[in-house]
Design a protein around this ligand. Structure first.
Ligand code: MG
Length: 163
């Protein structure tokens, strides 16, 4: 088995859509970035890449590359999962945490889990998404940005099949 962790931050600004775990959320602010700036999916991609010591999403999808401008981060996640499978691994489970003061994310959690599971070709029971405020502390608390962290466990495919 291999374990990976990822972390990401994006700035909240006016005039951008808010995408988290592949779900568009109505909010007066959105995340700034070259792609759709889905901070939670970026943290998850980095956890998957980290588990295999394959670098990070900045290396695989540079923000200087016009191909990735405005791209859905679900496409990046699908690509990263291809790399995981090509390396001979399958997802054990993933656990994603989103740190945001606003908006309330609880009503969107199940849809987020479903969207991630679909993009990853995984069982929804192996995908956890959690959200927390930071009690108004720090940049998340001041609603200047949203951060996310993710942990994944990967299983070697052969070992998995031999069980
Ligand atoms: Mg990012």
């Amino acid at each position: 088995m291999r374990i990976g962790q990822g972390y990401d931050v994006h700035k909240l600004v006016e005039g951008r859509e808010l995408w988290l775990c592949g779900v568009k959320i109505e909010h007066r602010l959105g995340l700034l970035g070259h792609s759709d700036a889905d901070v939670a999916t970026h943290a998850l991609c980095d956890a998957l890449l980290g588990a295999l010591a394959l670098g990070d999403i900045g290396k695989h999808f540079p923000d200087t590359d016009p191909r990735y401008k405005g791209i859905s981060s679900m496409r990046l996640l699908e690509h990263v999962m291809q790399l995981v499978r090509r390396a001979g691994y399958t997802l054990g489970n993933a656990d994603v945490t989103i740190m945001a003061q606003q908006p309330k994310l609880a009503p969107h959690i199940e849809e987020m889990r479903g969207a991630l599971a679909k993009a990853m070709g995984a069982d929804i029971n192996d995908i956890s998404v959690k959200a927390t405020t930071t009690e108004r502390l720090g940049f998340e608390g001041r609603e200047e940005g949203i951060s996310s962290s993710a942990v994944v466990l990967l299983r070697r495919q052969e070992a998995f099949e031999n069980i």
